[in-house]
Design a protein around this ligand. Structure first.
Ligand code: GDP
Ligand code: MN
Length: 384
């Protein structure tokens, strides 16, 4: 899960990394108000899940509250192209911060390094610009220091990294403290990437995080309630958001017409392939998992039916620990309680498939023997 810059900076601040004074605005009036309170030149930054915002025109200086109002008005609600993400993105919020008097820009990051099976601290004095470019043109300008998972980031390892990068020697002690705070925030938020680019060295020798890019390991969200609560704001797709609230593994696919439910990721993906082969387009990926109970089957059907693009639903169940009768019960309950107006094809095999078929007798579904047969049937029915 990605955090916005303004969210990531709150975590940095919490762990003691200095950030510029400022706050987030969703209206031009708020931007003007924040600028008035700061009482100096501000930088206004569109909040999107992409870097390269400077180049895209989403980072701008404002010398007065009035100018801040105008720039915020231009940026808020606008959609810009971000080359780094290769996508158009709408700006819903801007971060309004005191502008920094930049002397030097440093690149800092902590991330996972699969080669050493460690977290790695990355430092470069060629900050501000795209780190991939630096890596390509000046690989020697980047220092990489593996972090011992038992010791954490020690003073000497941080110092080594800074020396190796050619960091200003007079500021090294200050930078070591900052790096340790950065590491604490990385560990504390279960991040897989914590990047500060640029870390600004100001004219008067202060170190301040000018930007922050953060990735949280999705497998850790369950133990990060504060971050999980940010996720609902970020979830763009309302149906996906609802599915995730219900604990359902669901991915909505653009432009598809056939809703797909299966047990096990591999089976669901294969089912998607079969639907494609039969000339259809999958509307989603939904995995009820192993051992699903009737209620979660019903709930999954409800999620799929809430997508107005769906013109037919295909159940493909290969029972192991998942029981055919339990799935069938869920389907029957779904048919009884949800307003189902589209065709449903069910293929049940494996554990208790026969009992499942009995339960489905009389339900207005079409049953199929094989996955291929099921895919063909649902595509035909959805088209007619
Ligand atoms: P990014 O382009 O999405 O990575 O956004 P950044 O926050 O890194 O901003 C891009 C560039 O804007 C920085 O590298 C700076 O060179 C420049 N910039 C100019 N003035 C300021 C300032 O006061 N604060 C910050 N953060 N950046 C500034
Ligand atoms: Mn940046």
């Amino acid at each position: 899960m990605k955090l916005f810059e303004y969210q990531a900076k709150q975590f940095l601040a919490k762990y003691g990394v200095p950030i510029p004074k400022g706050s987030v605005a969703s209206t031009p009036d708020q931007a003007r108000q924040i600028t008035t309170e700061l009482g100096k030149t501000v930088v206004i930054k569109g909040q999107v899940h992409s870097g390269g915002r400077g180049k895209a025109g989403a980072v701008k200086l404002a010398k007065s509250p009035e100018e801040a109002y105008q720039i915020a008005k231009e940026l808020l609600g606008s959609t810009l192209f971000f080359a780094q993400a290769n996508a158009h993105m709408r700006i819903d919020n801007v971060l309004v911060e005191e502008a920094l008097s930049i002397k030097h820009e440093i690149y800092l990051a902590i991330t996972q390094d699969r080669a050493t099976q460690r977290d790695v601290l990355i430092v470069s004095t060629m900050g501000g610009i795209d780190i991939e470019l630096v890596a390509h043109d000046n690989p020697e300008a980047i220092s990489k220091t593996p972090i011992d998972p038992l010791l954490g980031l020690t003073d000497y390892a941080a110092r080594d990294a800074l020396f190796a990068a050619g960091f200003d020697k007079t500021l090294i002690n200050k930078a070591v403290v900052l790096l340790k705070s950065l590491y604490a925030s990385y560990v504390g938020t279960d991040a897989s990437l914590a990047e500060i680019n640029p870390l600004v060295i100001t004219q008067d020798g202060a170190l301040i995080a000018g930007d922050a890019k953060w990735l949280i390991d999705d497998n850790a969200i369950f133990r990060q309630p504060q971050i999980a609560s940010l996720a609902t704001e970020v979830d763009e797709d309302p149906i996906e958001a609802e599915a995730h609230r219900r604990g359902i593994q669901y991915v909505r696919l653009e432009g598809g017409k056939i809703g797909i439910i299966g047990n096990g990721a591999g089976l669901v993906m294969t089912t998607m392939d079969e639907v494609k082969r039969a000339g259809g387009t999958p509307a989603d990926f939904l995995d009820i998992g192993g051992g699903a109970q009737a209620e979660s089957v019903r709930s999954s059907l409800e999620i799929i039916l809430s997508d107005p693009n769906v013109k037919g639903v295909l159940f493909n169940i290969f029972g192991g620990i998942t029981r055919g009768d339990e799935v069938a019960k869920g389907i029957v309950e779904g048919m009884a309680t949800l307003n189902v107006r589209i065709p449903i094809v069910v293929r049940l095999a494996g554990t208790r498939a026969a009992q499942g078929a009995e339960i489905l007798q009389g339900a207005s579904i079409v049953s199929a023997e094989t996955m291929q047969d099921a895919a063909q049937k649902i595509v035909e029915l959805a088209n007619s």
